[in-house]
Design a protein around this ligand. Structure first.
Ligand code: ASP
Length: 638
């Protein structure tokens, strides 16, 4: 009897000790053994590896010719760095000299030689291998490079389209090498954290599936059954919920997702999510998991991140920043001045304020008079008009403290000084003021806030610290939003599987537009890097949302609705946008800089030229006929 109970005790204590140890070391595993980067291959060392300690060793290096100088030196490059080779000049090595002096740059060579100290005074402190050089004994050109369309080091200056056409050449640049390797490291740490520390199971889900109602436009894939199409999933949402119903308990996947929405700097038709789902979890549980995951996988060179992340409700974010993804690295928050204007009886605003949701708000652009040109101010006002149909009135604080604006003739001296006080206006500040419907005013001012910040920075003001990391949870989103194209109908703010806020469940059946949800987004420096929710796990509630609120055909989701009837655990999850996250870590404006083979703005692969025409014969099994004659003409050409 004694033995099993000791075992049981150990069983209970050991995982806790493990967790304690992990916590003691700041949640970090002991450093792993350095990987062996020279195993299985024809080299002894990489081009970034050799130091003074290697002097005297015979080494074999493989790499690309970075440049060659007067038949005397050659710099060899690989993923790790550069090494200077000394081309032998003696007669016995004349064939080696000839070979290396004549090989064009970017040719691939293998050399064997002896590591030597550079002659005194010729060390290169800028090169990690700058203390040594390799005196070549034998050399072989493994692959000649024909004339390049441009030099690799000039690549960055070339147009993005050209770089994408020759993506494999662009990939040789140290910038892209760094980005892709960092991405790989971060994902590895995420896997460690999820699987090794927290028992998640990595499950692959299908990419050939069927349409999911609501949400993004999906890509169709023809099938051999007449008139039937697969859809490429916009996310593994349904599968991950079904995995919870299947008892997997903790799922994650580095998941490829597809949305037929065209590319933007931060969007691509195909992209990658770190997709997560857990059973028996609440919002706080998911948030702690993600904070721990990011802390654990965050690259050291970007400094530590502090948890827990602050949190803000959707309403607060909209009111103060005019967006559900606020950039909290700087102030210039939206200030509500409705009360003051109402009291002052300013005529033309009174009318607006009397409407339901009527409001007057403003942002104060610090030192706007000094940093913004007149044409900047005009273009800001024009943008608000074009994008949001919102008029903007500007107010300028003159050096003597008086205000200059269309508005001032409606305001007495006392009111002007109250306005300055409410908006904390200093000399040379510019206030942008808007009156209208709450959401429209907030959105317009939120957008002007960001545009003004860009203008101030372009003119030399230091507003945002480029090294700062402002993570923020945005919570308590509405469950539904009015459809843009028809505001009398509702659509899901996140997706149709999101559960209502527990305090608002009853409202779901009486006034769904007022229901808050258990949806949370993670924002970093004004960019949405993740989003998720606690899910509906009750079939009846899910059916009600689909049929009665969203007016969707629930038949499309009958498999999920049925699954919810067979014992569905409460569950929730989240997905992090990996491409965007990595691009923020490396400080790149475009996610295309962290994707090996990205698509162009128009969703094309400029290297392989996809999408491409296919012949009518190839279309036959799919019962598809392209009637556009150009397509056939083009297809025949191919
Ligand atoms: N599937 C959701 C999305 O792609 C994320 C989630 O709710 O877990 O946005």
């Amino acid at each position: 009897m004694a033995v099993p109970s000791v075992l049981r005790l150990l069983h209970r204590v050991l995982p806790r000790l493990g967790a304690q140890q992990a916590r003691l070391s700041g949640g970090q595993l002991p450093p792993a053994r350095a990987p062996d980067i020279n195993s299985f291959v024809a080299r002894t060392n990489t081009c970034g590896e050799l130091r003074a300690a290697h002097v005297g060793q015979e080494v074999t290096l493989c790499g690309w010719i970075q440049y060659q100088r007067q038949g005397l030196f050659l710099v060899l490059r690989d993923f790790q760095g550069l090494t200077q080779l000394v081309i032998p000049q003696d007669e016995a090595h004349s064939h080696v000299r000839k070979l290396l002096s004549n090989a064009p740059v970017e040719s691939v060579v293998r050399v064997t030689g002896i590591v030597s100290s550079r002659p005194p005074g010729q060390e290169n402190v800028k090169m990690p291998t700058g203390d040594i050089e390799v005196k070549v004994e034998t050399a072989e050109v493994l692959s000649f490079c024909k004339k390049l369309p441009f030099e690799i080091k000039d690549f960055i200056k070339k147009s993005e389209a050209l770089r994408m056409q020759y993506r494999y050449l662009d990939l040789r640049s140290s910038r892209l090498q760094h980005n892709l390797r960092l991405r790989s490291r971060v994902v590895m740490r995420m896997r460690e954290y999820l699987c090794n520390h927290h028992g998640f199971v990595d499950v692959e889900t299908p990419t050939l599936f069927k349409r999911t109602p609501g949400g993004a436009k999906e890509f169709l894939v023809p099938s051999r059954e007449v008139g039937k199409f697969y859809s490429l999933p916009q996310s593994p949402q349904q599968f991950k919920q079904l995995l919870m119903i299947g008892g997997l308990d903790r799922y994650f996947q580095v998941a490829r997702c597809y949305r037929d929405e065209g590319s933007r700097p931060d969007r691509q038709p195909e992209f990658t999510q770190i997709d997560i789902e857990m059973s028996f979890v609440d919002q706080a549980g998911i948030q702690s998991l993600i904070e721990g995951l990011l802390q654990y996988s965050w690259p050291e060179e970007r400094g530590p991140i502090t948890t827990p992340f602050p949190s803000m409700t959707y309403e607060e974010a909209l009111a103060a920043y005019g967006t559900d993804k606020p950039d909290t690295r700087f102030g210039m928050k939206i200030v509500d001045i409705s009360d003051a204007l109402r009291r002052w009886d300013v005529r033309f605003v009174q009318n607006v304020l009397s409407y339901p949701h009527g409001t007057a708000k403003a942002i104060c652009v610090p030192q706007g008079v000094r940093y913004l040109k007149n044409k900047d101010l005009e273009s800001l006002k024009e943008a608000a008009k074009c994008q949001f149909n919102q008029e903007i009135v500007d107010v300028i604080c003159r050096p003597d403290g008086s205000l200059k604006s269309l508005l001032t003739k409606f305001l007495g001296e006392e009111q002007q000084s109250e306005l300055k006080q409410v908006l904390n206006m200093q000399v040379d500040d510019v206030v942008l003021l808007a009156a209208g419907e709450h959401k429209q005013v907030c959105s317009a001012l939120g957008s002007l806030r960001l545009e003004s910040a860009d203008l101030l920075e372009a003119a030399g003001m230091v507003l945002r610290d480029p090294a700062a990391l402002h993570f923020l949870w945005v919570v308590d989103f509405p469950l539904f939003l009015p459809k843009e194209e028809n505001p009398t109908e509702l659509e899901s703010a996140h997706h149709p599987f999101t559960a209502p806020h527990p305090l608002d469940t009853d409202l779901l059946y009486s006034d769904p537009a007022k229901v808050r949800s258990q949806h949370y987004d993670l924002v970093l420096n004004g960019n949405e890097i993740g989003g998720g929710s606690i899910r509906i796990h009750d079939a009846e509630q899910q059916r009600f949302v689909l049929e009665k609120v969203l007016k969707e055909d629930s038949e499309v989701l009958s498999h999920l609705l049925e699954a919810l009837e067979f014992g569905a655990p409460p569950h929730g999850g989240i997905a992090l946008g990996l491409d965007r996250l990595i691009s923020l870590i490396v400080g790149s404006p475009s996610i295309r800089d962290v994707i090996a083979f990205p698509k162009s703005f128009k969703g094309r692969d400029l290297m392989g030229n996809a999408p491409d025409y296919v012949t009518p014969e190839e279309l036959e099994p799919y019962h598809i006929h392209v009637s556009w004659p150009v397509a056939e003409t083009e297809a025949k050409k191919n």
